[in-house]
Design a protein around this ligand. Sequence first.
Ligand code: UDP
Length: 235
Amino acid sequence: MKYKRILLKLSGEALMGEKSYGIDPERLQQYTREIKKVHDMGVEVAIVIGGGNIFRGVQAEQSGIDRVQGDYMGMLATLINAMALQSALEQGGMYTRLMSGIKIESVCEPFIRRRAIRHLEKGRIVIFGAGIGNPYFTTDSTASLRAIEVEADIVLKGTRVDGVYTADPEKDPTATKYKTISFHEVYEKNLNVMDMTAFTLCQENNLPIIVFDMNVSGNLSSLVQGEEIGTLITS
Ligand code: UDP
């Protein structure tokens, strides 16, 4: 196994599937199957899930809601997704723990680094909900930070695009994909991998990132075995 402990970042939008809002149960089942495959291989799995399918802080300002308030609403949205994922994973026979950046004691544990590591060592899948717990951050930043804290080997950013391209492949048909690229080059070329806070955290802590298509069955399990899928970003 190339990666023993992974931090899988899933966007909230990906959970929508073909829908325009909320959670697509089929997509949830598909992700559960993919995660189970790597878990069964003995990989320790931590997950950060976004909330963009329900609410984003920046949307709040457009509808007259205070930005900070909106960010907290966004964090709560990530928890809704996290709870759905937790339930799906448990139905799939996996042991899980949901740890939150905001204290919501009836539903989940607060994030405690040492406890999170212990859960992972015991083979429990740990989902980090409610982001970092602070406004003006994103779940990408949460993924980078938590990955560093729990000493994950890599951040695996599962998206609907199969890697980092020279330009947006959905807009520019001549765009080509990078197999590997350095942090420096991503920065220099102004490529969109993650927001800058998230990206810089990985760069400064030598934490590699792989951007890959989570919707292709088998991608995640092939990746952890060292197959070259998506785009690897390293120092
Ligand atoms: N958010 C926040 N602090 C955090 C994580 C998330 O304020 O540490 C808020 C922010 O408003 C963000 C929303 O939660 O827009 C949902 O997360 P994100 O946009 O990262 O979700 P994704 O794009 O991955 O679906």
